[in-house]
Design a binder for this molecule. Structure first.
Ligand SMILES: [Fe+2]
Length: 288
């Protein structure tokens, strides 16, 4: 089994890991789950996080073949358009993005200019779809639950799990966003945990955990099955759903959910400028 070279980048304000995944036998790579920095109070974007990835790509003379998202993130804005403009590469996300676009297109009353067919992306992946990064083979697991469009990308001996599993001592992703489903998440997690035990699992987020004061981004299937506090071997679907539902009821909305979903449903592009030439993001009052 090929072992891709994986470099991680951490955005502490949103607790997000982005990755550059490289074919060990060529200069081909993919970028996963990039971050566009956003100061919500000022309404100002910044490309500091994206520039760290660009610097890595240039330093190693890499050829970006893919810019991938595991899902429509609700806690950070994607830098995919900025990275695409500077580095090239095809963009990809789950085919069920259309469901997410429909829900949030309505929630934000987007105009007819907003296509809800996923056409903002070059590739819309379904369960079992395959792709290549140089000589590396990747395949897609549809892993809904956190959102209907969530994917896990399995690339050689590595899997990028998005918001399904977190580190074993933190547990699993929430399922209370529009289209979320705790029962679906349990089933999705079983798919991930059925991968070979030594599969390297790369997290999309980490929030530390009680008794741990460093951020971690990597674990294995075997470690999750032995120790994940929410879904270790032996936890039933009903027990998981009860725990997840109770816990979700206590969670606050992510700070950047309102700007994030408006931008990420468009593949990371801002809404069109209004007739004064200015771009605005909306806040739906008493809606989410
Ligand atoms: Fe998420």
């Amino acid at each position: 089994m090929t072992s891709p070279l994986v470099t991680h980048f951490f955005d502490e304000p949103t607790n997000t890991f982005s990755y550059v995944v490289q074919d060990p036998d060529s200069k081909a790579c993919a970028i996963l789950d990039s971050v566009l920095d956003f100061d919500y109070a000022a309404g100002r974007t910044d490309v500091r996080s994206a520039e760290e990835i660009i610097a890595h790509v240039r330093e190693h003379d890499l050829d970006v073949e893919w810019i991938l998202e595991t899902h429509v993130h609700a806690d950070h804005l994607s830098a995919a358009p900025y990275l695409h403009e500077r580095l090239g590469g095809k963009t990809g996300i789950g085919a069920n993005i259309t469901i997410v676009q429909d829900v949030f297109g309505k929630a934000f009353n987007a105009g007819t200019e907003f296509a809800r067919d996923g056409s903002q992306f070059d590739a819309l992946f379904k369960e079992g779809d395959t792709f290549t990064i140089g000589g590396l083979e990747g395949h897609v697991l549809h892993t809904p639950g956190h959102t209907p469009a969530c994917l896990t990308y399995v690339i050689g001996d590595a899997a990028f799990v998005g918001d399904t599993l977190f580190m074993p001592d933190f547990g699993t992703a929430r399922c209370d966003f529009p289209g979320g489903d705790a029962r679906a998440l349990y089933q999705s997690i079983q798919k991930v945990l059925a991968l070979p035990p030594d599969t390297r699992l790369f997290m999309c987020h980490d929030y530390k955990a009680p008794q741990r004061d460093v951020f971690k981004h990597e674990t294995t299937v075997a470690e999750q099955r032995a120790a994940n506090i929410h879904v270790h071997d032996g936890v039933s679907e009903d027990d998981f759903v009860r725990m997840r539902t109770e816990r979700d009821a206590t969670l606050a909305m992510p700070k950047l959910i309102i700007p994030s979903v408006q931008v990420n449903m468009r593949g990371g592009d801002m809404p069109p400028a209004e007739d004064n030439g200015q771009v605005y993001l909306k806040v739906p009052v008493n809606k989410l």
